[in-house]
Ligand binder design. Sequence first.
Ligand code: GS8
Length: 221
Amino acid sequence: MASEKGVMLLDFWVSSFGQRARIALAEKGVQYEYKEQNLDEKSDLLLKSNPVNKKIPVLIHDGKPVCESLIIVQYIDEVWSDKAPLLPYDPYERAQARFWADFVDKKMCDCGSRLWKLKGDEQEAAKKEMIEILQLLEAQLGDKKYFGGDTFGFVDVSFIPFTNRFYSYETFGNFSIEAVAPKLVLWAKRCMERESVAKTLYDPKKVHEFVCDLKKRLGIE
Ligand code: GS8
């Protein structure tokens, strides 16, 4: 791998983190080799490319690995800067975009998995927190088309893959996202009109099946 030219993505189909990289690459029109990884039996290439975290996604550009999805998206934005800028130009707006992408990163995955892993009061607490997270994001979106305004950008790329899991969150939490954050649902539909997003996200029911299988595999009733 080390001396190979080109772009390769080590990924796992249902990963929201991996989907961020795929959407960013599609927005930029970058051709790349997609390498689906078996996370139960990690490949030498994955272990060598991300020896610290041993996680997908990893972008390998001209033999050099870049790890961590938000860092990958920013790297893609900087390397292929001639097309579809994702981060705003203004330093303050950039800082704001990074803040919200980081907020999604810290909150969404952790709270989402507590929703399907836990039961009773703990699950109720996760549901309450998920509603708060969604409402904070909805307030940040406001009446804008995308998080950054009129153009699809960094926060959209960071957050949109998680909408693939809304159906699962609703099913496990027994609530309606449309009822608590209607503007987010419309934003997700708007994003789905983009080819980069539509070709990357999976049918939410297929994602839900995956989560149910994972639950079984982990021995969670
Ligand atoms: C998270 C990646 C991650 O959790 C990022 O890239 O943003 N902060 C990182 N990857 C998971 C699959 S998606 O849930 C992974 O590779 N897990 C394998 C493992 O933990 O062994």
